[in-house]
Write a protein that binds this ligand. Structure first.
Ligand code: GLC
Length: 690
């Protein structure tokens, strides 16, 4: 049974993808050239220039309709407008739409198929609202958990990011253009408008770009250039990023759109570097670009290429997507949000099998804490979504238990009231965590602990009732040293979306067996990490971060990358490779048997890591190179098959300016997390010859 392939291959994009418009690639190409031949310089530059009617966040197009970004239609030639809306959690801009769990929660599902379905719903709702581009997925590496927008991305690992982001692209682009962002090396927020990321070419290629290439390989229509500089050049002015790599080596067919305002600083530099569209208004393109062309500073070929890229994607997606506004945030889409919430929940601790809670054995349940009955769906920046409702954990719990169990609630500020509530209950559930006050766009985190009053609340409740379950909400790693040993059970629910209360109840009461795995390492403390300086004008981005950094430093995290428990247990056996030696352009097939050795059905995320024996260059101890989910009934055994491409094991040789697949021995390790004791099965193979 094949449940998951290896890392996204470094496949060069083939022909243009099936176009919604029904035109084939040749017909699209012919049409693009015909249109360019008829267009004036002004008309071509109109395609490249955002046209903001009003304030930053609510560009008003014709008839006062709101867009995040907009370029006008060309009625004379029948070229549609570009109508953009955020974002990675659902369609934003105050439209009442489905609010999904944040990206990192979906990243914790390690379920590419689920992400395709989420993308498809977001694309559907965007199209139903008259948009033709969704500004998602966000696939930046979570280099450090203090990054305020870590919640918007899927995690810290390039392979995982590429597979999840690629899934989102495939789903979204069933209806509208997707826009993978923010290209590239964007992982600080307060300093993003001025910081210069210094990154050597190998680190850039191997750590910060592969997931963007994976989205290009899936046919992403657009890439958004980031606010920061890379090696001294603003991303939107960076020909190495935009022309050499993205459009040159990768053969990207779509267009590069700038991030909003402040992401372009010079007309000629941006256009000649390969930026195709300035958003949200023509600060540097528009008339200034026309003047630059007339003065010979920007060649007409540059304009034709840029306008051609935009028109090409507009034609590709020009099909009249029949998307019914009545289905926006309806039961079907809400059910998917609930599924995504439950699948993204990570069971971090379950001492004495406190979980799942059995309603039949409960008389009184206490639900305590600041977020027990509060809407806490994540950042209020550009990724914000305004759902028609939010099911809180308290509401979801009450709905699940009905009248058979008495549910008491204490908001948590009054510690004595919380203590009493806990003391009189069979079980006490504490719902705490972070909120948009603590992290978000332009708001990086100072530290990784919970607010002190929440830590005190957990300790108070745990003393009053040892049957204490902590449910955490937030957008990334939280350090728990102050209280983790005092509680038997912990769930990480992230920002769970509009159906969060139901998804959390599904897991609390065992209707869903948790299968989530951490897509970011949870450190024991901040001082295990390298400094996070969001005031610095320059940041050196090293080759190591996340679990690779922990491995290299010999550090023990609180919870490792890929970690997550289940209400059942699994056994891995019989790891086998189809070959002991493959060529440099070869493919290896790995198979492993997984048995559900417990009493509950569940889904397991099988992870494949590779180590390098005798490499010529410094390498990580191990790198994630594939993963897949498998559903198992109690006692059932299935074979999981993962594929590994030799070229996915290459390192980038800066001197040769080429990827090098080494003819050495490789170690394959398979298991339920990146933790050494979880990777019990190993096999080696060699790469030799072509
Ligand atoms: C913001 C964000 C970007 C978003 C854009 C439009 O600055 O960086 O992710 O898509 O502006 O809102």
């Amino acid at each position: 049974m094949t449940v998951g392939a290896g890392a996204a291959a470094f496949a060069m994009p083939g022909a243009l993808w099936a176009a919604l418009s029904g035109l084939n690639d040749d017909e699209i190409e012919r049409r693009v050239q015909e249109l360019l031949a008829q267009m004036t310089l002004h008309e071509k530059i109109e395609q490249m220039s955002g046209w903001l009617f009003r304030d930053f966040w609510q560009a008003l197009g014709p008839k006062g309709k709101r867009y995040t970004g907009y370029t006008p239609a060309n009625r004379r030639l029948g070229i549609p407008a570009l109508k953009c809306v955020d974002g990675p959690r659902g369609v934003g801009l105050f439209y009442k739409t489905t609010c999904f769990p944040v990206g990192v929660a979906r990243g914790a599902s390690w379920d590419r198929g689920l992400e395709e379905r989420v993308g498809q719903v977001m694309g559907y709702e965007a199209a139903a609202l008259g948009m033709n581009m969704l500004l998602a997925p966000c696939i930046n590496v979570v280099r450090h958990p203090s990054w305020g927008r870590a919640q918007e991305s899927y995690g810290e690992d390039p392979c995982h990011l590429g597979r999840m982001g690629g899934g989102h692209v495939i789903g979204t682009q069933q209806h509208v253009m997707a826009c993978a962002k923010h290209y590239a090396v964007n992982h600080l927020d307060q300093s993003r408008m001025f910081v210069n990321m210094i990154v050597d070419e190998r680190t850039l290629r191997e750590i910060y770009l592969p997931h963007f290439q994976a989205c290009v390989a899936e046919g992403v229509a657009s890439i958004m250039s980031a606010y920061n500089d890379v090696n001294g050049l603003l991303c939107g002015h960076n020909p190495h990023l935009l022309r050499d790599i993205l459009k040159g080596e990768w053969g990207f067919q779509g267009f590069v759109v700038s991030d909003w305002i402040n992401a372009v600083e010079d007309t000629t530099a941006a256009a000649n570097a390969g930026l195709d569209v300035e958003m949200p208004r023509p600060e540097y393109f528009g008339r200034k670009l026309e003047r630059a062309v007339k003065k010979g500073r920007v060649a007409m070929e540059v304009i034709n290429e840029a306008a051609g890229r935009v028109i090409r994607q507009k034609l590709r997606f020009a099909g009249e997507a029949k998307c019914d506004p009545a289905r926006i945030a309806g039961p079907e889409h809400a059910a998917l949000a609930r599924e995504a919430c439950a699948k993204g929940i990570v069971l971090l601790k379950n001492q004495g099998r406190v979980l799942p809670l059995d309603p039949a054995r409960l008389k009184t349940l206490a639900v305590i804490g600041e977020f027990a009955d509060q809407k806490n769906i994540g950042d209020v920046g550009s990724s914000m979504v305004t759902p028609p409702y939010v099911i809180t954990p308290l509401a979801g719990t009450k709905e699940r238990l009905g009248s058979a169990v008495t549910v008491i609630h204490a908001e948590g500020k009054d510690l004595e009231a919380a203590r009493q509530a806990a003391a009189q209950a069979d079980v006490a559930v504490v719902v705490v965590g972070l909120s948009s006050r603590d992290e978000g766009e332009g708001n990086d985190r100072e530290d990784l602990n919970l607010p002190a009053e929440q830590e005190k609340l957990i300790q108070t409740v745990a003393q009053a009732n040892p049957q204490c379950v902590v449910v955490l909400e937030g957008g990334g790693a939280i350090t728990m040293q102050a209280w983790i040993d005092q509680v038997p059970a912990v769930l990480m629910a992230w920002y769970p979306g509009m159906e969060g209360g139901r998804g959390i109840a599904d897991v609390l009461f065992g209707d869903v067996n948790p299968s989530g795995k951490l897509p970011v390492v949870f450190p024991q403390s901040l001082d295990q990490l390298f400094p996070f300086d969001n005031q610095a004008k320059t940041v050196e981005c090293g080759y190591y971060h996340g679990y690779r950094y922990f491995d290299k430093q010999g550090l023990e995290p609180a919870f490792p990358f890929g970690f997550g428990l289940s209400y059942t247990t699994y056994q891995y056996s019989n790891l086998r490779l189809d070959q002991k030696t493959i060529g440099k352009s070869g493919k290896l097939t790995m198979q492993v048997d997984v048995t559900n050795t417990g009493e509950r059905a569940g889904e397991e995320v099988v992870q494949l890591y590779v180590g390098y024996h005798g490499s010529k260059v410094d390498r990580s101890v191990k790198e994630l190179k594939g993963f897949g989910r498998v559903a198992l009934q109690p006692g059932e055994t299935k074979t999981v098959t993962l594929e590994l491409l030799a070229r996915d094991l290459a390192y980038y040789d800066v001197d040769k300016k080429a990827w090098v697949v080494e003819e050495i021995e490789y170690l394959v390790s398979v298991g339920p997390s990146s933790r050494a004791e979880d990777l019990q099965l190993h096999e080696t193979f060699r790469i030799a010859g072509a």
